[in-house]
Design a protein around this ligand. Structure first.
Ligand code: DX5
Ligand code: ZN
Length: 213
């Protein structure tokens, strides 16, 4: 499945970008929320997400790179988020925050940075609909894929299979047409791609090329 990251879209013409995403039937739309605190960049917040909701019925895959995400879950639910992914270090009460997302009937995701170990999955995996494996350090689009992450994808896949779960693996950062196959072979179910998808006059053909893969 493919989840284009809106971060690289043309923000002066989002209506046009959404038209392409709708027509090409992407599986999810990846929304990167950055607070300038947990990550060294600021993107956009729930107000923008809410204003985009009427443009599509495609599920909003919301990646929260913000401190204290528990304070914003309700707002993102109201804005129309379908999957809400958080980073474990951003909340003091991980289990409680995941429960909060679930209490709204939304899908839970947990993101692992390139340097994070899998330990946090041990007691949380059963609660997750999705594990987001970061293949760049979070904060910016257009960074280079970190290859050591391929082993991590395989290890997470193994863990999910050992426990007989249907948790999805999403891989985010530096995914391009020329490494997508490797990432899928390692066990990814969903590819996030921003800069490899949104390009002037090429967005539609880029989506098609990813889908063909
Ligand atoms: C990085 C974000 C990514 C980013 C991906 O912090 O989480 O979703 O937008 O962009 P590309 O595909 O350009 O690496
Ligand atoms: Zn992301």
């Amino acid at each position: 499945m493919i989840s284009p990251s809106l971060l690289s879209a043309d923000f002066t013409n989002l209506e046009k970008e959404f038209k392409i995403l709708n027509e090409e039937k992407v599986d999810f739309i990846h929304l990167d929320i950055m607070d300038g605190n947990y990550v060294p960049n600021i993107s956009y917040g729930p107000g923008i997400v809410k204003s985009l909701r009427h443009l599509t019925e495609i599920p909003f895959d919301t990646h929260l790179m913000i401190e204290r995400p528990e304070n914003f879950i309700e707002e993102f639910v109201k804005a129309g988020s379908d999957i809400i992914t958080i980073h474990p270090m951003t909340t003091k009460h991980l289990d409680r925050t995941l429960s909060l997302i679930k209490s709204y009937g939304k899908k839970t995701g947990l993101a692992l940075n390139p340097g994070d170990s899998l330990d946090v999955l041990n007691y949380n995996l059963e609660k997750l609909d999705l594990v987001l494996i970061m293949s760049v350090n979070p904060g910016f689009g257009g960074q280079k894929f970190i290859p050591s992450v391929l082993r991590k994808i395989r290890e997470v896949k193994k863990l999910i299979e050992e426990r007989n779960l249907d948790t999805l693996i999403e891989v985010d950062g530096g995914v391009k047409l020329d490494n997508a196959k490797e990432v899928l072979d390692a066990g990814a179910d969903i590819l996030v791609a921003g800069s490899a998808i949104f390009k002037k006059d090429k967005t539609r053909e880029n989506i098609k090329a990813f889908k063909e893969l």
